[in-house]
Design a protein around this ligand. Structure first.
Ligand code: PMP
Length: 362
């Protein structure tokens, strides 16, 4: 038997094996229609059923009430950085941003193009290793248009474990790298969104969940494709949607349901993350830069005490089938992305290799 390969890429990222096999089996002849879904009209019955089921499954899994719209958009999570201020800023009110990492900083920078956007917190001076409690943030006014957070900071390996709140101010979250990793209360959010390519499926589709009354804020002068109401009114079919990416998201959602939903994801993710963090905490050779209270369940960042050994670590890990462990180019070190689809066996193999590497290089 060949050694299994585990892909720790931060995104696009590993998908459930069952999903990959199902997509392969259906690729050329989609459920007996005689051609592939990738070749089918987005206005045809096959795709309509796919998108309807994907929305219904997402609503069921996350508990999304009818007061919210579920949208499947293009342009990546990065396009949301512009659409959010364009649609949801309010004249005379600031938009508040928690700068907890590169993606939050990009969202803030984009918002500043459109109006009064302010940082209520910045972790930059701590190299984004910490998310201070929101009780310590500054300028948290109840007169804000919205409060924006990035729920999981993919590059730095930090994650919120409590949701900040300001009474009466809609909370908006970029959940690109942790959506559906654990149960969460949708009602605390005015909007959340995620590029699919980590926990939901392939790149090419961005899932947006937005409270309908919030979308009504959008001014008529916003370009049609960038106005949330365009996509709400047309069921994400104003133009050709990313058919195949949505289909893959649908398969991933069915996989999550089969596995037992968000409670099961949470349990498995906590077990995987604990394996890695416990090993790192008890090791003389490795350390984790992220503040323990803010550690991510999804992206585990770690370093060797001797950083000169890091290139050899990454190379030797890759040689035995532990792929894409290199940290983001802006921070260096290592990062193991252990999204929903990463099997526990992959993390066990990684920990085994880490122990072995430390012993050989002691
Ligand atoms: N937000 C977060 C938290 C991310 O991790 C990423 C991508 N890695 C993005 C936004 C940007 O996503 P996209 O490439 O889909 O624009």
């Amino acid at each position: 038997m060949t050694n299994p390969v585990y892909n720790f890429s931060a995104g696009p990222a590993t998908l459930p094996k069952e999903v990959m096999l199902k997509a392969q089996a259906e690729f050329v002849d989609f459920r007996g229609i005689g051609f592939g879904l990738i070749e089918a009209s987005h206005r045809g019955p096959a795709f309509q059923q796919i998108i309807d089921e994907a929305e219904a499954d997402l609503r069921e899994i996350a508990g999304i009430p009818d007061t919210y719209s579920v949208l499947f958009l293009q342009g990546g999570a990065s396009t949301q950085f512009a659409m959010i201020p364009m649609n949801l800023m309010v004249d005379g009110k600031p938009a508040l941003y928690a700068d907890t990492g590169a993606w939050a900083a990009k969202a803030l920078k984009e918002a500043k193009l459109f109006g009064d956007a302010r940082a209520v917190f910045s972790g930059k001076q701590d190299n984004y290793t910490t998310i201070a409690p929101s009780t310590e943030w500054e300028g948290m006014t109840g007169d804000a248009a919205y409060l924006y957070i990035c729920s999981n900071n993919t590059i730095f390996g930090t994650q919120y474990h409590d949701v900040p709140e300001i009474d009466g101010v809609p909370l908006i979250a970029d959940m690109s790298s942790d959506i559906l990793c654990r149960p969460f209360d949708v009602n605390k959010f005015g909007m959340f969104f995620a590029g699919a390519q980590k926990n939901l499926g392939p790149a090419g589709v961005t899932v947006v969940v937005i409270r309908k009354d919030l979308a009504e804020r959008a001014k008529a002068s916003i370009p049609t494709m960038l106005n949330y109401n365009t996509h709400i009114d047309t069921g994400s079919m104003f133009n050709t949607p990313p058919v195949f990416a949505i289909y893959m998201v649908g398969l991933v959602l069915k996989w999550i349901k089969e596995k037992g939903g968000l409670a099961a994801m949470d349990k498995a993710n906590r077990a995987k993350a604990a394996l890695l963090y416990d090993f790192i905490d008890h090791s003389d050779a490795y350390y984790g830069p992220a503040n323990p209270a803010n550690r991510s369940l999804m992206n585990v960042t770690f370093r060797l005490n001797n950083p000169d050994l890091e290139p050899a670590f990454i190379e030797q890990a890759s040689a035995i089938g532990l792929k894409s462990l290199k940290g983001h180019r802006s921070v260096g070190g290592m990062r193991a992305s252990i999204y929903n689809a990463m099997p526990k066996a992959g993390v066990e193999k990684l920990v085994e290799f880490m122990a072995d590497f430390a012993k050989k290089n002691a």
